[in-house]
Design a protein around this ligand. Structure first.
Ligand SMILES: [Zn+2]
Length: 319
């Protein structure tokens, strides 16, 4: 098991980013609020910095202007020579990499919390890179224990050998909050206040760690991607059917072979023809129509997260 090293110093450089996607309104309005009134992001050992990640897309209430910002934090985008023709989000990713990174450097922020909404019924979904991120896994566990009624699901997005590409990957530690369902461009009070509460609890957890709290080992259950399924389409690329009513809104519920997944406009059902049970998520996410994704197939797995020892106080200087 190749766990990443846990932090051995307090996490003092912390950012909360909203509007990485410019039509996901909870994080946008929280970031705008905190830019005016940052006291809510202060804790005794650190002050988190609010960041509106994609201002141009947010101004236009669009997911992105030229390129999905949350797929742009790879070395090929970040390290290529800037040109006047670069897509807006490539330029913006480099700016954010300077502000919060540089990625994979000792100067990078200690923690970035990135705020998202989805039109899919994922409830409260916590998105991290992999099970090896021990600090993020303890944070997820803390949120699950604090809010059992939310049944927070943990999605670990990174496929083996794949470079991380999302905003919080520029920091030493990170987590994405994905709350839904909320339509694009719409702010719902229930989801807005749930996100605000979760952000406060994330900051409280960092404070607990900074103050010298130890966290024991535990077993965690999470989901990881195994594939994507596109809509049935016509030769022209238009939809030939919809997500089946028996699949709609059932994110993270088991999908058995033979169950209906699409309802064709001709009336017949298309069935899931896989050989094993999968757990669909991002079912009918509006932003994924253009990506050719009607839902993401995941598998559920469990693993042991090692204990996270308490920080030891700095030795007092010799007299
Ligand atoms: Zn998003």
């Amino acid at each position: 098991m190749c766990s990443l090293p846990v932090p051995r110093e307090p996490l003092r450089r912390v950012a909360v980013t909203g509007g990485t996607h410019g039509n996901e309104m909870s994080g946008i309005y929280l970031a705008r609020h905190w830019l005016q009134a940052p006291a809510e992001l202060q804790r005794p050992s650190f002050s988190a910095v609010p960041v509106l990640a994609n201002p141009a897309a947010t101004a236009g209430c669009r997911r992105y202007v030229d390129h999905d910002l949350n797929r742009t934090f790879t070395s090929s985008f970040l390290n290529s020579r800037p040109t006047p023709d670069d897509p807006y989000e490539v330029t913006r990713a480099r700016e954010l990499n300077q502000l919060l990174g540089p990625k994979a450097s000792g100067r990078a922020f200690d923690f970035v919390l990135d705020l998202h909404n989805t039109t899919a019924n994922v409830g409260t979904c916590l998105i991290a890179k992999s099970s090896h991120e021990v600090f993020a896994m303890h944070l997820c566990r803390h949120l699950q224990l604090q809010y059992p009624e939310l049944s927070c699901q943990v999605f670990l997005y990174q496929r083996s050998g794949e470079e991380s590409y999302n905003l919080d990957s520029v920091a030493k530690n990170g987590l994405g909050l994905e709350l839904g369902p909320q339509p694009q461009g719409v702010l719902r009070a229930d989801i807005f206040s749930r996100m605000r509460t979760l952000v406060a609890t994330v900051l409280d957890f960092i404070e607990l760690f900074n103050q010298g709290t130890a966290f024991p080992a535990f077993e965690m259950e999470a989901y990881r991607p195994v594939g994507v399924v596109d809509f049935p389409r016509t030769e022209a690329g238009n939809l030939a059917g919809t997500v089946h009513p028996q699949l709609q809104d059932r994110d993270f519920q088991p999908l058995q072979p033979g169950a209906p997944i699409f309802q064709m406009f001709g009336g017949e059902d298309l069935l899931y023809e896989g050989e094993s049970t999968v757990y669909p998520m991002f079912i009918n996410e509006a932003a994924y129509y253009e990506k050719g994704v009607a839902f993401v197939q995941t598998e559920k797995f469990t693993f042991t997260v090692p204990a996270m020892p308490a920080l030891t106080p700095d030795p007092s200087p010799a007299s």
